[in-house]
Design a binder for this molecule. Structure first.
Ligand SMILES: Nc1ncnc2c1ncn2[C@@H]1O[C@H](COP(=O)(O)OP(=O)(O)OP(=O)(O)O)[C@@H](O)[C@H]1O
Ligand SMILES: [Mg+2]
Length: 258
């Protein structure tokens, strides 16, 4: 069953065609990766999917809804959660509070209600704290619940961002370079975490440069180069695709980044 799809999605910044005619579909329960050299347009795609950037043309569908042009908070509410390439945590809030912020997109009273402590908010907040703690346990950070986000190690901050994204109760989770800056053992642990998230029934779309990680976890891969999808397939098809090798290594065999 198709959960998410795009049809001829394009995003231009002035004359720059950051994404051009990108079409794909994502089956429910998959782990799907988008790879490509630096500047290929991967993050731009995520920003279009989540409503941060209006797309220039094309369509985005999630379940039965056309979500093209919807605002980010509406898209979050419909069930698409994400993390960012450059971690975006509230540095001077605790780990638990950061996860609770993710939950405000779902709770009845929201951030304003919480600040002015409207009736009903206190009990709702208690329930949120309990769920937030369960999410921290799930990502392996329960012992850091009272630590300020900025005092948490980098690899753990990435897990905290995932917990916050899970707090929005996504059916589709977008992860932008989840293992960037992680050491090999953190990377292996994160792979296990992503598999555990999938077991919960959440579909995963990820952008990643770490090829060992991508090849170890993905059901399907799309390769983007200069905004254009140049290949799509399973790991073995991608590894041996001449266009992909050229995009990464250049015609003369010198590495072009990514
Ligand atoms: N807000 C913006 N305004 C103008 N140009 C942008 C903007 N965001 C991205 N771009 C440009 O769009 C192109 C694609 O950028 P994008 O960040 O999507 O690449 P990427 O594939 O995520 O690269 P990386 O692997 O380095 O993260 C780049 O040329 C970039 O400079
Ligand atoms: Mg990027």
């Amino acid at each position: 069953m198709i959960l998410f799809e795009t049809q001829n999605l394009s995003k231009h910044f002035g004359g720059l065609k950051a994404v051009e005619d990108f079409s794909f579909c994502l089956e429910r329960g998959m782990i799907y990766s988008i790879i490509g050299p630096n500047g290929a347009g991967k993050t731009t795609l995520f920003n279009c999917f989540t409503g941060l950037y209006p797309s220039t043309s094309g369509k985005i569908k999630f379940k039965d809804d056309d979500i093209t042009g919807l605002k980010p908070h509406r898209i979050t509410r419909l069930g698409i959660g994400r993390t960012f390439q450059n971690i975006r945590l509230f540095a001077e809030m605790t780990a638990l509070e950061n996860v609770m912020v993710g939950m405000f997109s779902r709770t009845h009273s929201g951030v304003i209600g919480s600040i002015i402590r409207m009736p009903g908010t206190v009990s709702e907040e208690r329930a949120s704290a309990k769920t937030a703690l369960q999410l921290l346990e799930f990502v392996g950070l329960a012992d850091k619940k009272d630590a300020w986000a900025r005092n948490i190690a980098y690899g753990s901050q990435r897990r905290l961002e995932i917990a916050r994204a899970l707090a929005t109760q996504p059916e589709l989770l977008l992860l932008d370079e989840p293992v960037a800056g992680m050491n090999p053992s953190e990377t292996r642990d994160l792979m296990d975490l992503i598999l555990k998230i999938r077991e919960k029934g959440i579909t995963i779309l990820l952008i990643e440069h770490d090829m060992k990680f991508v090849m170890g976890i993905s059901d399907c891969i799309s390769v983007l180069d200069h905004g254009v999808k140049i290949a799509e397939g399973c790991c073995n098809e991608i590894k041996s695709n001449p266009k992909v090798i050229e995009a990464y290594l250049g015609k003369d065999g010198t590495e072009s980044g990514g």
